[in-house]
Design a protein around this ligand. Structure first.
Ligand code: CA
Length: 227
């Protein structure tokens, strides 16, 4: 994953690039707005982190210009906490998300993961596992053995899509929370169980032979029901 970081404060830039490299991201650093825009137009990145206040050209203007050039790379804007206007203008300019300084590195990483996932184009319209099929366009969940189907709510869909995209993997409550809400927030962790219950009911309703099994202290797994 290749990240462009445009930030003129060297301490911030050094700390962030080190953090991102530790997370195995390939980081290109730039400390000037005009040079940053040139990089965006010339090269390919998976994600762009932009400071708002930059010499040469502001992060807002860079975003607007990049979007005019049909660059659709996700942009995370770094704003000052007090500047509410910056946040609104950042999103208006075409940024995908913003983070107010100072922020926790954990949150930055969670936001980046969420943006990267959002950018992943689904390769197929239908995900399958055992006797269930999930249609990514209609949100319909079908049991192929009896043709019963049900429509999933947005959150149920995100949960099941996550399991079906990561088959045979155990997913933690934290991973599911980030998947459902798009960012990491501890107060949401307990709600994961609620949405898992809804999703399980839909699986039962269509008579699917798969279940979301809780593995105490570890996480959850989508698996075939043992009969
Ligand atoms: Ca700055």
């Amino acid at each position: 994953m290749r990240i462009l970081l445009v930030e003129d404060e060297s301490r911030m830039s050094d700390a962030l690039s080190e953090l991102l490299r530790l997370e195995a991201y390939d980081v290109v650093v730039c400390d000037d707005g005009i040079a940053g825009l040139a990089l965006i137009l010339d090269e390919v990145f998976d994600i762009i982190i932009l400071d708002v206040m930059l010499p040469g050209m502001s992060g807002l203007e860079i975003t607007e210009r990049a979007r005019k050039h049909q660059i659709k790379t996700p942009i995370l804007m770094l704003t000052a906490r007090t500047e509410l206007d910056d946040k609104v203008r950042g999103l208006d300019s075409g940024a995908d998300d913003y983070l107010a300084k100072p922020f926790e590195t954990r949150e930055l990483l969670a936001r980046l993961r969420a943006l990267l996932r959002r950018n992943e184009a689904p390769t197929e319209d239908i995900l399958k596992f055992c006797d269930i099929e999930l249609n990514l366009n209609t949100f319909l969940l079908v049991c192929t053995t009896n043709s019963l189907f049900v429509r999933l709510s947005d959150k149920e869909f995100r949960i099941l899509e996550y399991f079906l995209s990561n088959q045979k993997q155990i997913l933690t409550r934290e991973q599911l929370a980030v998947r459902i809400w798009g960012y990491e927030h501890e107060s949401e962790y307990n709600k994961v169980e609620v949405y898992l219950t809804f999703t399980r009911k839909k699986l039962q309703y269509i008579g699917a032979s798969v279940e979301i099994k809780a593995l105490r202290g570890i996480g959850y797994e989508l698996r075939k029901i043992n009969v």
